[in-house]
Design a protein around this ligand. Structure first.
Ligand SMILES: [Cu+2]
Length: 120
C-alpha cells in the first residue's frame, strides 16, 4: 500500500514537472523582427520605442538611430510583422516595408525629406 502510494506520488510529480516544462517553453516563445525605420534623433527613438511597447505582445524594443535599425522581440501568438509595421507607421514613421507611395504622417513634425526638428 505504501509502495503503491509512493509510486503514484512519483508519477504525479513526473506529470507536474512535465507540465511545468511545457509552460516554460510557451513563455519563452518569442520572435524577432529587425527592420529599418526612418528615425532621425533621440526624440524619434523615444516615440518609436514607447509606441511599440504599447502594442500587445511586444516584449522589447531596441532602436539604433545611426543605423536606423529597430529590433523588436514579440510574442508571435499576439502580434506579427504586418501589425508591427502598421504600428510604426501609425506612430509616424516609414519602415523599409512601407510602400513608397504610402503617405505617412510624420510624428516628428517634419515633411518627408525635411529636417527633423529634434536634430540639432
Ligand atoms: Cu526626430
Amino acid at each position: 500500500m505504501v509502495k503503491y502510494f509512493s509510486m503514484s506520488l512519483m508519477a504525479l510529480l513526473f506529470i507536474v514537472s512535465g507540465m511545468k516544462t511545457v509552460t516554460a517553453q510557451n513563455a519563452a516563445k518569442t520572435s524577432t523582427l529587425k527592420m529599418k525605420v526612418e528615425v532621425h534623433c533621440s526624440d524619434c527613438k523615444e516615440k518609436v520605442t514607447e509606441g511599440l511597447k504599447k502594442v500587445d505582445g511586444v516584449k522589447s524594443v531596441n532602436v539604433d538611430v545611426p543605423t536606423k535599425m529597430v529590433e523588436i522581440t514579440y510574442d508571435p501568438a499576439k502580434t506579427n510583422k504586418d501589425a508591427l509595421v502598421k504600428a510604426v507607421e501609425n506612430i509616424g514613421y516609414r519602415t523599409e516595408f512601407t510602400p513608397k507611395d504610402k503617405k505617412i504622417k510624420s510624428s516628428c513634425g517634419m515633411e518627408e525629406g525635411g529636417k527633423c526638428p529634434g536634430k540639432k
